[in-house]
Design a protein. Sequence first.
Length: 165
Amino acid sequence: MSHAVAVIEASSKPEFYAALNRQLEAVLHGERDWVCNLAQTSALLMQTMPDLNWAGFYLLKGRELVLGPFQGKVACVRIALDRGVCGTAAAKRETVVVRNVHDFPGHIACDSASNSEIVVPLLRGGTLLGVLDLDSPKLNRFDADDAAGLQRAVEILLAASDAGH
Ligand code: SME
C-alpha cells in the first residue's frame, strides 16, 4: 500500500510533531518488518522536517554502530560506541542535542554541510538497538521540543516493528 505524505503546517514544534507522529503511525500501519519501517521512517522525516541534510539510523552490531536505512549523502559506515555524537548517545542511552557540531569534541563529519545534530537512542526494554540521527545545515536547529517529538517517533517505530529481525 502506498501513502501520500501531507505537508505539515504547524505553528509550534509540539503541534508539528503531533501531526508528524500521526503520519508516522499511518505510514507504518500494517507492516512489521524492521528494515522496511526504518527506511519509511527516515524518508518521512526527511520529507516533512525543514532544514535537514541527513536523516537515518545506525544499528548496534556487537560493539559498533553500523549504518542502516537513511536519506542523505553517503555516510560513514561504522561508529564505535562512545565515538562521535552517535556513539555518545548510544553509550549514555540518552538523547544528545548538539547546537554546533564544530564545538562537539570527537564529532564525526560525514557531510560537511552539517552544523547541528540530534541523536535519539532506540531502546527496547533496556536493550539498545541503535540510534536515530538527524543532521541540519542550520546552527541550533534542534531543541528539547525536537527531542520530545523524536523520542515519541522512535516509540511509535519500535511498537510498530519486529525490531532487530
Ligand atoms: N555526525 C555523526 C556521524 C554520523 S553522520 O552525521 C550521518 C557523529 O558524530 O556520530
